[in-house]
Design a protein around this ligand. Structure first.
Ligand SMILES: [Fe+2]
Length: 485
């Protein structure tokens, strides 16, 4: 007699208060809020499947792949990840072509994932997960979840995290090729998840180690053009930085690493009395630097920066008043608790006379993106996720905010949806700012399915031009990249 038959027979005989494993799982699922699908586990890779078109028609001339990354496995029988940022990275490919659209997804084959799989428990320490002393850790590469963003370069997709080297992934098969070592002397050097890409394809990035940073410059081919080590005024937590065509801009928020402990987030102290500093470096001479002061704020993400005729530097940012979400909220998510997240759009100006100015708006905003053809150059529009739902985490709308008019062109997917990042894709032959489409995904909690949407970038409020639905509902991810063709 197998176990299920035994349990069923025992229950039928009234021998005990026996419940089957299926009943246990069903009860556990019923006690979870509907949005918990956004942080659910994916058991394994998702073979290629067609997407079903549920609305509209794809615009003529749109062909390519939206690659997205995000954590998708948090729980193991012997112990779970305890922070949203510590799930295993799952690379998704949403392909759009004449034959329709399709989805496939594959986990990045990281050392961390192998180690945790072998242990049957999440033993590798992470951003907010303590891990176990059973874990083997030789360098930051061994804790890399490769779950945050993707950089297509040199015929590869680089799966990025905050510390350690990128992982190289085959853009066609999504197979992991291995850790990306740019050169032997740069092995294990950190490479942040938010590189800045000039319109000509040159890539700038940082890697952080306390008050030291490596500045990476990559050629459009992916080869290293230059690296430099710099000192920072403080060891701020920095998820992102920004750049104009001539400057690197580092926002040094008062969330400061002041001790060595695990997990990493527990080594950070929030010191709002020390304010926020902004360090500006000259791309051509990193020793030329200026430092500005702003009131304290917390942020993950910045928009592309630009300089104005009078020398003022400007960039937008998605700010919160405290790091509550990074420290606590992203832990609460994994246990079904919806924490507070007060992130909103702001504009920062750094004036030539040394004054810095912060203008907050009331517009809820995360995942700021812009027209990549204008990276580092003057622009007026910011692509965002927006619209909060009371009592539920994660945003449910998307849109474009226009700094020139002060207006926002927004679309609300509705209370059953979790919005994900939108990317801009240029319409062939149209070089106006946001002359093209916005492409992004959402998680439909009611249909328990991931959806892919294309908007006209100039008319977001009209809703998607075309939407497709997958057969699976993948957890909400972070950042993506578009590859045309
Ligand atoms: Fe990010």
């Amino acid at each position: 007699m197998d176990r299920r038959a035994f349990l069923t027979a025992a229950a039928a005989a009234g021998l005990a208060q026996v419940v089957t494993p299926e009943q246990v799982f069903a009860r556990a699922a019923a006690s979870q809020p509907a949005w918990s699908l956004a942080v659910a586990d994916v058991a394994g890779d998702i073979p290629r499947q067609p997407l079903r078109r549920i609305h509209g028609r794809p615009p003529a001339g749109l062909a390519g792949t939206l690659y997205r990354n995000g954590p998708a496995r948090f729980r193991r029988p012997g112990g779970d990840a305890t922070h949203w940022f510590d799930g295993d990275g799952l690379v998704r490919a949403f392909r759009i072509g004449e034959q329709g659209a399709s989805l496939e997804a594959r986990f990045v084959d990281t050392f961390k994932r192998r180690q945790d799989t072998a242990a049957g428990a999440v033993i590798t320490p992470g951003f907010g997960t303590l891990g176990s002393d059973r874990a083997v850790i030789g360098s930051a590469d061994d804790t890399n979840a490769a779950n945050t963003a993707l950089l297509p370069i040199g015929g590869e997709l680089l799966a990025l995290w905050e510390a350690g080297s990128p992982y190289a992934v085959d853009p066609r098969t999504l197979e992991t090729r291995g850790l990306k070592t740019f050169s032997p002397d740069l092995a294990h050097m950190p490479f942040l998840a938010h590189p800045r890409i000039e319109p000509n394809g040159r890539v700038w990035n940082l890697g952080l180690a306390g008050r030291r940073a490596i500045v990476w410059t990559l050629e459009p081919s992916g080869a290293v053009e230059r690296t430099a080590l710099i000192d920072l005024p403080r060891a701020s937590y920095m998820h992102d930085f920004t750049a104009t065509d001539r400057h690197l801009i580092l926002v040094l928020q008062p969330l400061i690493q002041d001790r060595m402990t695990l997990p990493f987030v527990d080594a950070l102290s929030w010191r709002p009395e020390e304010g926020t500093q902004v360090l500006v470096l000259d791309k051509d001479d990193l020793s030329k630097r200026r430092l500005y002061d702003l009131p304290a704020f917390f942020c993950f993400h910045l928009g592309d920066a630009w300089s104005e005729a009078d020398g003022t530097l400007r960039f937008d940012a998605c700010l919160d008043s405290t790091p509550q979400f990074a420290v606590h909220g992203a832990r609460d998510l994994l246990v079904g608790k919806a924490g507070r997240n007060g992130v909103s759009l702001a504009m920062i100006a750094l004036h030539p006379d040394g004054r810095a100015e912060l203008n907050r708006t009331p517009l809820t905003a995360e995942f700021p993106r812009a027209d990549p053809r204008r990276a580092g150059l003057a622009r007026s529009k910011t692509i965002i996720n927006t619209v909060r739902t009371e009592g539920r985490p994660l945003l449910r709308g998307v849109g474009v905010s226009d700094w020139r008019t002060g207006k926002a062109d927004l679309f609300d997917y509705g209370p059953d949806q979790c919005a994900e990042e939108l990317l801009f894709v240029a319409r062939p032959g149209d070089d106006s700012e946001l002359g093209g489409w916005l492409i992004g995904t959402s998680l439909n909690l009611k249909a328990r399915a991931t959806e892919l949407h294309v908007f006209d970038a100039a008319h977001v409020a009209d809703g998607p031009l075309c939407s497709w639905r997958a057969e699976v509902g993948l957890p909400v991810g972070f950042h993506g990249a578009w590859m045309g063709g």
